[in-house]
Design a protein around this ligand. Structure first.
Ligand code: DGY
Length: 330
């Protein structure tokens, strides 16, 4: 019997590749950079399944070009704003993602960025390497205390709540804003619901944990940055376009807010001539929120599980468009 054919858009942890190699003929894109749209279309054409990443644009044209034999699109990420899910759904193609497994790892990074920004760790490191450390300075590298400060969490899903859990250990006042109230989590983490403007006005640290949608695109813009405290620190581990980056540059360079720490930018990678890169009061990490050995291995096996289920016409363990099963028994 001929095996199904799979295209994997980058080298992923071996644990996941091993699983799909047992079931299918697998072609893996070997370059460290993602395939171009043209190359992706060429490579994916005729495949039975696609294992993709957030760096691949999976739009309606690509889905159509792959062909009617396509059974499943499996994304190795929790976010899936790079995929035209409606187009996949219209063709009855299930789309998988990897929720849950990266919650703690991403919340850890958000916390690391918060601490590093508050205590100016990256600036201090650059200063030391530049040979500028001449003595202990009583007024050098001062930053705000984290303990006892107010933390505003925008988007109170798994990762936002994970950050609240960490903040509890630092006796922080926790405010959150989200589309709906989370009474259990409010109780568990001592978090208080606030409308967005109140949160921005009252928080010393604002951390973003929303998905990217039309509603959240440029959620943090000039007007909202102006509501924030002048000493406030903004952390973004969600998606770059949630922040209007030009507005962030204006806010940081005019000290409307004190500092930002980003794990995500718009676009990714950030352009080398982006003015944000000229500032000292920002930390920019290269989208490493889920980058722990264990989490990436688990994301790869979850993506493989979704992919294999799709090939076998079984309901994906983690499906973002379960409506497809209204039509297909599974
Ligand atoms: C995701 O999974 O959506 C993260 O951004 C990358 O791990």
């Amino acid at each position: 019997m001929t095996k199904p054919r799979i295209f994997v858009t980058r080298i992923i942890p071996e644990e996941g590749l091993e699983m799909i190699r047992r079931e299918a003929d697998v072609e893996v894109w070997q370059d460290p950079l993602p395939p171009s749209c043209k190359m992706l279309r060429q490579k994916a054409r005729g495949m039975d399944a696609l294992l993709c990443l957030l760096t691949d644009r999976i739009d309606e044209n690509l889905i159509a070009a792959i062909g009617p034999q396509l059974k499943v699109i499996s994304q190795m990420a929790v976010g899936f704003d790079n995929i035209d899910v409606a187009a996949a759904t219209a063709r009855g193609i299930p789309v998988g993602n990897t929720p849950g497994v990266l919650t703690d790892t991403t919340a850890d990074l958000a916390w690391a960025l918060l601490m590093a920004a508050a205590r100016r760790v990256v600036e201090g490191d650059k200063f030391t390497r530049a040979g500028k450390w001449k003595t202990w300075g009583p007024i050098d590298f001062l930053g705000p205390d984290v303990t006892g400060a107010a933390l505003g969490i925008i988007g109170f899903g798994r990762i936002g709540q994970g950050l609240a859990k960490r903040a509890q250990g630092f006796d922080m006042r926790i405010l959150y804003f989200s589309r709906r109230r989370h009474p259990e989590a409010e109780q568990k983490y001592g978090a208080q619901y606030a409308d967005l403007d109140t949160l921005l006005r009252e928080a010393d640290f604002v951390s973003l944990h929303t998905t990217l949608s039309e509603e959240t695109h440029h959620l943090i813009d000039d007007a909202r940055l102006k509501l924030m405290k002048s000493g406030a620190i903004l952390i973004n581990t969600a998606r770059g376009p949630v922040v209007d980056q030009a507005a962030l540059y204006r806010a940081l360079s005019s000290r409307t807010i004190a500092y930002a720490a980003l794990d995500v930018t718009d676009p990714e990678p950030i352009k080398p001539d982006d003015p944000l890169l000229t500032l000292d009061n920002i930390i920019i990490a290269p989208h490493i929120g889920s980058a722990s050995y264990r989490t990436r291995a688990r994301m790869a096996t979850m993506a493989a599980e979704n992919l294999i289920a799709g090939l076998k016409d079984v309901r994906l363990p983690n499906c973002v468009n379960p409506q497809v099963y209204d039509r297909i028994p599974g």
